[in-house]
Write a protein that binds this ligand. Sequence first.
Ligand SMILES: Nc1nc2c(c(=O)[nH]1)N[C@H]1C(S)=C(S)[C@@H](COP(=O)(O)O)O[C@H]1N2
Ligand SMILES: [Mo]
Length: 259
Amino acid sequence: MTTRQSSRRNFLARLAAGAGALALTGCDRLVQDDNVDALLRQTEKLTLAGQRALLSRHALAREYSEADLSPVFRANGTQMPDSNEYARLLEGSFMDWRLQVDGLVERPQSLSLTELKRFPSRTQITRHDCVEGWSAIGKWHGVPLAHVLDAAGLKPGARYVVLHCADDLEKALDGSGRYYESIDLIDAYHPQTILAYGMNGRDLPVRHGAPLRLRVERQLGYKQAKYLMRIEVVDGFSTLFGGKGGFWEDRGYEWYAGI
Ligand SMILES: Nc1nc2c(c(=O)[nH]1)N[C@H]1C(S)=C(S)[C@@H](COP(=O)(O)O)O[C@H]1N2
Ligand SMILES: [Mo]
């Protein structure tokens, strides 16, 4: 929350408390004043709208049953990162792969797949919606991002989580074609936001982002970053890559891709 937002909230809270106190002491001259009345009615609406917006960000995405699983789950974007480093990691069955967790954290982490699998896990069957106009229902298994963030401990000022991937979706010598994404802390701590290492009861296949991908179920397909290498906690993303918070965002897509 910005300082302006929070001081406005404080102002509204004081206003509401003040009005209550006035009403209680029977001094209704102020309360009956037309302007104050109108203002109070408006703050009531604002609070409701604000609460509704927040509630909807916390709501769960629909979950499905095994019978709903799509027989074919399409792969999109990169289906095999084209780097020597990724080839080497894949050849070693990702035994040498580590997820770096750094940025605004108290305890930077370097986590192997085995270590990630020791955290409590979650399985969810959800529908993936790509902006290109296709959907598929899949079963995802992994560690809630919240557990990993708690292990690292957020520093004051932390506001976003940036997901750095292994693949260049665009060939650019300056590194600007690297896939990445970002989400805010509401989504990062949402119970269905997981770092998935399993899909449909097996290890996550390479074309779907092995060894680890994000599932952030209230948002569109392009937010579901595959081939995760690093999680960086930041206070803003304007200085990263194109500054818009994601590979496709830098090319014009919305940062918040709610569905
Ligand atoms: N690293 C990386 N993540 C990515 C992409 C990509 O090209 N590279 N494509 C995105 C898009 S547009 C979609 S629809 C989904 C596709 O996921 P899937 O291949 O498992 O179907 O991954 C998203 N995450
Ligand atoms: Mo997509």
